[in-house]
Design a protein around this ligand. Structure first.
Ligand SMILES: [Zn+2]
Length: 148
């Protein structure tokens, strides 16, 4: 799992899994920096992982921060919002519900980046040993929707 750090979307609870069931990498906005990609590579190389789920969610604070246009308060916070910025073209600031379009688009971007940033993940996917699933969690319904 690569998912947002938001306390409302813990993958173990969302998917009703227990200790030892999921290898989870989380960051605000589920973006994949070197550490996240390296952690996923570890799961593929050493744990026998064959599926990565990249999961975004409704009302993501990282997406809202990125798409609201304000300046990040630190370089570290900038590192959270910068990877989301390209998905903000999906947002109509006059329609608050369109932030979720950016959240969904960002999931797709991250899933794509996993393959462009990692030779190990790309090779596993090309050989049919890895499937990357793009998913979106609705806070309203508790449902996870497979986007791709
Ligand atoms: Zn979030």
């Amino acid at each position: 799992m690569l998912s947002c750090a938001d306390s409302r979307v813990p993958p173990e609870l969302v998917f009703d899994e227990g200790l030892g069931d999921l290898f989870v990498v989380r960051s605000a906005g589920e973006s994949a920096d070197l550490l996240a990609v390296g952690s996923l590579e570890y799961a593929i190389e050493h744990l026998g992982t064959v599926v990565i789920v990249v999961m975004g969610h409704q009302s993501c604070g990282a997406v809202k921060a990125a798409c609201s246009g304000g300046k990040a308060a630190s370089p570290n916070l900038e590192a959270v919002v910068a990877p989301i910025a390209t998905s903000c073209t999906k947002v109509d600031k006059n329609k608050p519900d369109t932030f979720d379009l950016a959240a969904r688009d960002h999931v797709h971007s991250v899933a794509h980046e996993l393959l462009t940033k990692s030779v190990i993940l790309k090779k596993a996917a090309d050989e049919g040993k890895l499937t990357i699933i793009e998913a979106y969690y609705s806070l309203d319904t508790g449902e996870v929707t497979k986007l791709r």
